[in-house]
Write a protein that binds this ligand. Structure first.
Ligand SMILES: NC(=O)c1ccc[n+]([C@@H]2O[C@H](COP(=O)([O-])OP(=O)(O)OC[C@H]3O[C@@H](n4cnc5c(N)ncnc54)[C@H](OP(=O)(O)O)[C@@H]3O)[C@@H](O)[C@H]2O)c1
Length: 259
C-alpha cells in the first residue's frame, strides 16, 4: 500500500519523519509532495521507498492513502483537483484544524497531530493525536488511521466537532502555551539572580517533565501533589494563592478566544 503526504511543513515533516523512522509502517512507498520542491529534495536519497514531487496529482494517481497537511484555508483548493484522479477506495485524511469540510464520496478523517510527537529515538511514541472520522469513513479505513498514528503517538478518537476543538487545544495548542509560559517565567527570574535564563529554563523544563510523569502515572493526583509541596504560609502556598486568584480568569479568556 502506498501513502502520500501533501504538504511538508511542520506537520508534514513530523509525519514523514515518524513514518520513515518506524520502518515505513508496513507501507510499500511513501510519496511526499510539497509546493516548494527544494524543501523536500534531500528526502529522495534517504530510501528508495520515498518519492518526492511538487505535483499533487502524482500522489493521487499512485496512493491509496493520502494525508493532506497544508494550512487550513488551502485544504479545499488542494483536495478539489485530486478528486478526478482518485478511486472510491482512496482514503483521504487531513490534519487541518478548524474546518468542517466534507467529502461524501470517500469520507474524510481528520487527525490533529501535535508537535509533541516529534520523532525521538529514545522516546518514539509520545503526544496525543486527536482523530475524528466522518460517517462515510469505512471501518477498515478508520482502523488504518488509528493504527498508523498509534505507532508514534497516543490517540484519542472523538465523535463531535466540539470535542475535536477542545482536544485540539489540549493536545496540539498546549505545547506552545507551555513553552511561552516557561519562557516568560524564566525571563522574570533572570533579572533577580546569577542564573542565566537558559539555566533557569532547563530547571523548569526538567521540573515540568518529572511533574508531568507523576501526574500522568497517577502517582499523585493534582491535589495530593499540591499538598505535598505546599505548607501553610510557606512560599509555595503564597504562589498558589496568586495563581488561584488570576489563572481561572486567564484560562476563561483563553478558551473564549479559541472556541
Ligand atoms: N503546527 C502544528 O503544531 C499543528 C498541529 C496540528 C494541526 N496542524 C494543522 O496542520 C496543517 C498544517 O500545519 P503546518 O504547521 O504544518 O503548516 P505549514 O508549516 O505552513 O506547512 C504547510 C505546507 O503546505 C505546503 N503547501 C501549501 N500549498 C500546497 C499545495 N498546493 N501543494 C502542496 N503543498 C502545499 C507548504 O509548502 P511551501 O513549502 O511551498 O510553503 C508547506 O510546506 C494546518 O491546517 C494546521 O492547522 C498544525
Amino acid at each position: 500500500m502506498n501513502l502520500g503526504i501533501i504538504g511538508y511543513g511542520n506537520i508534514g515533516e513530523l509525519l514523514s519523519q515518524n513514518i520513515i523512522s518506524h520502518d515505513f509502517c508496513n507501507l510499500n512507498k511513501l510519496y511526499i509532495a510539497n509546493r516548494t520542491l527544494s524543501k523536500i529534495n534531500h528526502l529522495k536519497d534517504i530510501d528508495p521507498r520515498i518519492s518526492i514531487t511538487d505535483d499533487n496529482i502524482e500522489v493521487a494517481k499512485n496512493c491509496e492513502k493520502i494525508i493532506i497537511s497544508v494550512k487550513t484555508p488551502d485544504l479545499a483548493n488542494v483536495l478539489d483537483p485530486l478528486k478526478p484522479h482518485i478511486t472510491k477506495n482512496t482514503q483521504i485524511i487531513h490534519t487541518c484544524a478548524g474546518t468542517d469540510l466534507e467529502f461524501k464520496d470517500c469520507g474524510l478523517s481528520c487527525v490533529i497531530p501535535t508537535i509533541s510527537s516529534t520523532y525521538d529515538e529514545d522516546n518514539p511514541k509520545k503526544g496525543v493525536s486527536i482523530i475524528m472520522h466522518d460517517e462515510n469513513v469505512s471501518g477498515e479505513n478508520r482502523e488504518f488511521v488509528e493504527k498508523l498514528f498509534s505507532k508514534f503517538s497516543q490517540i484519542k478518537v472523538v465523535d463531535s466537532p466540539m470535542d475535536l476543538e477542545i482536544a485540539t487545544i489540549a493536545a496540539s495548542c498546549m505545547p506552545a502555551f507551555i513553552a511561552l509560559s516557561l519562557d516568560l517565567f524564566a525571563g522574570e527570574l533572570e533579572e533577580k539572580c546569577n542564573l542565566s535564563k537558559e539555566e533557569t529554563f532547563k530547571i523548569l523544563a526538567e521540573t515540568l517533565n518529572s511533574t508531568a510523569y507523576i501526574l500522568k502515572e497517577d502517582i499523585y493526583s493534582p491535589d495530593e501533589l499540591i499538598n505535598k509541596v505546599a505548607t501553610k504560609n510557606g512560599i509555595t502556598q503564597k504562589g498558589l494563592d496568586v495563581l488561584d486568584k488570576d489563572l481561572p480568569d486567564i484560562y476563561k479568556r483563553l478558551i473564549s478566544k479559541l472556541l
